[in-house]
Design a binder for this molecule. Structure first.
Ligand code: GSH
Length: 237
């Protein structure tokens, strides 16, 4: 059994989708990041970086004690190696899959995150920061659209963990910008129909809050701001 510590956020969805795709048995341990669950001592013992997702695998590859792993990209890679699925076999193809997974982890994830922060969550609107990250989002979508003009999926002909990592971040953007990014639209629509994806995106749905972009964005309370972006986030522990 694998326990996923996470909630209804893009990074946890990547992992839920992967486990559904791979036919793994798993359960959710909800981490409600707007309530500050990520600072609970039990969670910090799993990930001192106070971020979800984290998995605990009771039957880890190679045996031994339950295995704890953080960072969604590392988790996807571990699960793909554990099951031998959604990872190309040849060395070059595998490296290309890794390349696109890193493109998500180092580009799309952080830049989309900062874009959401400065465009929506920040109380003080700062034009330069808004433009900087909006431009990065558009640039990254353009790169991905170009790649998907050449190949069916990000790593090549087959659906892999690189697609699972990226889809939860870009699906909504692509819906709103379909005319600009037709190749991305084709790819996103195809992935959206996969039964494992339909199940995976539901992870933690019951704790989805209207305060978040995902939930409709009604605005964060002062406590929630402190937890995510303020005193609580940056307190020395
Ligand atoms: N690089 C990490 C990022 C994880 C991350 O930012 N998680 C967010 C939710 S999507 C979180 O737990 N935030 C809580 C906090 O910042 O206190 C990964 O890919 O797993």
């Amino acid at each position: 059994m694998i326990t996923l510590y996470g909630g209804p956020t893009p990074n946890s969805r990547k992992v839920a989708i992967a486990m559904e795709e791979m036919g793994l048995t798993w359960r959710l341990h909800t981490i409600d990041i707007l309530a500050g669950d990520q600072f609970a001592p039990d969670f910090l013992a799993l990930n001192p970086n106070n971020k979800a997702p984290v998995i605990v695998d009771d039957e880890p590859t190679g045996g031994g004690e339950p295995f704890v792993l953080a960072e969604s990209g590392a988790i996807l890679w571990y699960l793909a190696e554990k099951t031998g699925r959604f990872l190309p076999v040849g060395a070059r193809e595998r490296a290309i899959c890794h390349q696109w997974l890193m493109f998500q982890m180092s580009g799309i994830g952080p830049m989309f995150g900062q874009n959401a922060h400065f465009s929506f969550y920040a109380k003080d609107k700062h034009d330069y920061s808004i433009a900087r990250y909006a431009n990065e989002v558009t640039r990254l979508l353009r790169v991905l659209d170009g790649r998907l003009a050449e190949t069916a999926f990000m790593a090549g002909a087959d659906y892999t963990i690189a697609d699972m990592a990226t889809w939860p971040y870009v699906a909504r953007q692509v819906d709103m910008r379909a005319a600009e990014f037709p190749n991305l639209k084709r790819w996103a629509d195809l992935i959206a129909t996969r039964p494992a994806v339909v199940r995976g995106v539901e992870v933690g749905r019951e704790t989805l809050r209207k305060e978040t972009i995902e939930g409709g964005l009604s605005g964060l309370s002062d406590d929630q701001r402190s937890i995510l972006f303020g005193d609580r986030q940056y307190a020395t522990r």
